[in-house]
Design a protein around this ligand. Structure first.
Ligand SMILES: CC[C@H](C)[C@H](NC(=O)[C@H](C)NC(=O)[C@@H](CCSC)NC[C@@H](N)Cc1ccccc1)C(=O)O
Length: 324
């Protein structure tokens, strides 16, 4: 099948990776998000204030756009951000993979964080069961593309501070080293979710039995339960949980321990060097591991993918990971 392809993902300000995507022949920089299932774009229907700094999709300029009249969407994300609007279909092309009749969700409202964010919208790559379109739920780009791919999978290559890629339909052996470990995915909540029963800080092992992990390329950091976060920073000299900065900070000169997380029975190890997210003021730095806020779902975001090539395989479904 000829639709396999790779799309380049550029790091935007260190907080996300954006992929240049063609929607009805119009080019937009979209955030590929394995933690949600709506493909939505900044549209001409937004207020001019909301459009500021963004590429905009104008349905009337696309010869292939078809309105789905009366259809709406509305999404809320874990960080409190959200967007809503109307729906149509159009041809969406990502790298070498093209889907005709893809549901394209036109934002008529976006929350303030999206206005200031670099992305011109999101491509949801979680399971279509959590797509928010009403009255008829729509399929993700990946679900629509699957029949034309060699294998029903895509892979995320998101190296630190360097251009990455999303590979559709194939696993690129030049993008990782060693072997791939796989975890069985439970798609019951609509996520690429798997068992994550323990973790290691430096050489110490801690249990979090019954907890899960979610592979979420749309989340910047690694977000874990409070116990894991406090156990980690207990071994970071000078660390403190800052209300001002909304998370753990520490002296930038501190060397950080590695963090290993159990993914379906195998550990993935994130080196300490990747867990210093960014400098706040030259003296203190903000950690790449922060609290998920509650519940038993850990979110393994871009900081995880900075260390591992992630394989999202719908055939089982399963999540594979291999060291970069
Ligand atoms: C409060 C919202 C809860 C979390 C839930 N929403 C979700 O789970 C949505 C689909 N997913 C998300 O909020 C998270 C995964 C949460 S795991 C429980 N991923 C998507 C997020 N990274 C997208 C994003 C990208 C860039 C900037 C901001 C946000 C719901 O609608 O009920």
């Amino acid at each position: 099948k000829r639709q396999d392809g790779s799309a380049s993902a550029a790091p935007a300000g260190g907080t996300e990776y954006l992929v240049s995507t063609s929607v009805g022949g119009e080019s937009l920089n979209l955030d590929f998000d394995t933690g949600s299932a709506d493909l939505w774009v900044f549209s001409s229907s937004l207020s001019s204030a909301s459009k500021k700094g963004h590429d905009i999709y104008t349905a009337s300029k696309s010869p292939t756009y078809q309105a789905l009249s009366g259809y709406t969407w509305s999404i809320t994300y874990a960080d409190g951000s959200g967007a809503s609007g109307k729906v149509g279909t159009d041809t969406v092309t990502i790298g070498g993979t093209s889907v005709t009749g893809q549901a394209v969700e036109l934002a008529t409202k976006v929350s303030s964080t999206f206005v200031s964010d670099a992305a011109d919208g999101l491509v949801g790559l979680a399971f279509s069961s959590i797509n928010t379109v009403q009255p008829v739920q729509q399929q993700t780009f990946f679900d629509n593309a699957q029949p034309s791919l060699n294998s029903p999978l895509f892979a995320a290559y998101l190296p630190y501070n360097a251009d990455g890629a999303y590979d559709f339909g194939f696993i690129d052996s030049s993008k990782y080293s060693g072997s791939i470990n796989y975890a069985t995915v439970n798609s019951g909540n609509g996520f690429w979710e798997f068992a994550s029963n323990s973790y290691q800080v430096g050489g110490s092992t801690f249990s979090q039995s019954g907890n899960t992990g979610i592979a979420d390329t749309g989340t910047t950091l690694v977000l874990m339960i409070d116990d894991a976060v406090s156990n980690y920073y207990a071994s970071v000299s000078g660390a403190s949980n800052s209300a001002t900065y909304g998370g753990y900070i520490f002296p930038c000169s501190t060397s950080l321990p590695s963090l290993s997380v159990d993914i379906g029975g195998n550990y993935a190890t994130i080196p300490g060097s990747l867990l210093n997210f960014q400098s706040i003021d030259g003296t203190n730095c903000f950690g790449g591991l922060q609290s998920v806020g509650g519940g038993t779902q850990n979110i393994y975001g871009d900081v995880f993918f900075n260390a591992y090539y992630g394989i999202f395989d719908a055939s089982v479904p399963q999540f594979g990971f291999a060291a970069l």
